[in-house]
Design a protein around this ligand. Structure first.
Ligand code: CUA
Length: 337
């Protein structure tokens, strides 16, 4: 009897220590959304259960090894037992009840995470190799995700090429983004609960620059969000065309694939490209002028330069950009001569 009491006390202590550790949140990144709170609560429930069963098994095992070890001079075998129906039933029924209970708790959590707020702000997210672009309700495009605090946003996730995955660890929720058009657009709801700067990390291997497919997330006050949104729409670039083009290619992330210093990344470098002849993969030679550059932005796979891979450049730019913006970008590339 005394052994049972000692084991029970040790199991209780071990459960308390491990359970407190798992559920304290030290293992997780900062919690920055309403959905994260719900998910972390579920994580804590699992943490306590895992702590208890781990303690039950390990404490019992270690206690037996130490206390009931063979001592010097003991020669006989230990007490021999075969089967224990009562124990079998207990350790089948209890886990069954726990698993059923966990499925109910899990379903409740999922319902909470996916709870719809009819006043949610809608933002279209365009993922492409290897960029993120965001379209806001007023039609503004940006390369950063700005969200108002304490307001639900409905993200509609589009991909133009391969499977990507939207993931901000601090928000906890994650969703694959599928190519294939409107039918495959996936939705994700987030209610940011903390002001701050975060990062979207693509969580699905999507090619050479997958590791670098990041975008900034800023959670701001509702007033700041409205002001920022107005500013986005009113921004018509009034600088020189080439300067506007430079701002655009930085915002769009073009220079992740097209270097400005002559080095070859994924696509041809833009340095000194204007005014030269490029050899295409079918052997034809083309002169690089405004015409060719414009065509390459509008229909990137029509003329592939020899040595580069077809299908890597997204075909989203005709939709994403106005014709003024495209000619600004062309002007910028021409200026790199
Ligand atoms: Cu996109 Cu990985």
């Amino acid at each position: 009897m005394i052994h049972f009491v000692i084991v029970a006390i040790l199991v209780a202590i071990s459960t308390f220590v491990l359970g407190s550790y798992f559920s304290s949140g030290v293992l997780l990144p900062e919690q920055a959304s309403v959905q994260a709170n719900v998910i972390d609560n579920l994580f804590a429930v699992h943490g306590w259960l895992i702590a208890f069963f781990f303690s039950l098994i390990v404490v019992f095992m270690l206690y037996s090894i130490v206390v009931f070890r063979r001592r010097k001079g003991e020669l006989g075998d230990g007490y021999y037992t075969t089967g224990n129906m009562k124990l079998e039933i207990v350790w089948t029924v209890i886990p069954l009840i726990i698993v059923l209970w966990l499925s109910v708790v899990g379903a409740q959590t999922l319902a909470d995470v996916e709870r719809r707020d009819p006043t949610a702000i809608e933002i279209n997210v365009y993922a492409s190799q290897w960029n993120w672009n965001f379209e806001y309700e007023n039609g503004a495009f940006a390369n950063q995700l700005v969200l108002p605090k304490d307001k639900q946003v409905l993200l509609r996730l589009h991909s133009d090429d391969v499977i990507h995955s939207f993931w901000v660890p601090e928000f906890r929720v994650k969703q694959d983004i599928l190519p294939g058009g409107e039918e495959y657009v996936r939705e994700l709801r987030i209610t940011p609960s903390e002001l701050g700067d975060y990062k979207i990390r693509c969580a699905e291997i999507c090619g050479t620059l997958h590791y670098d497919m990041l975008a900034d997330v800023r959670v701001v006050s509702v007033a700041e969000f409205d002001a920022w949104l107005d500013e986005q729409v009113n921004t018509v670039c009034e600088l020189e065309a080439a300067e506007c083009g430079r701002i655009l290619v930085e915002e769009l992330g073009c220079i992740a694939c097209h270097s400005l210093d002559g080095s070859v990344i994924v696509g041809p470098s833009w340095l000194d490209i204007a005014g030269t002849f490029e050899t295409l993969d079918d052997g034809v030679s083309v002169f690089v002028d405004a015409n060719y550059l414009t065509k390459s932005i509008l229909d990137p796979n029509a003329q592939i330069v020899a040595g580069f891979t077809e299908g890597l450049m997204p075909e989203i730019y005709p939709d994403l950009l106005t014709s003024d913006e495209i000619s600004d970008i062309v002007a910028f590339i021409l200026s790199l001569e």
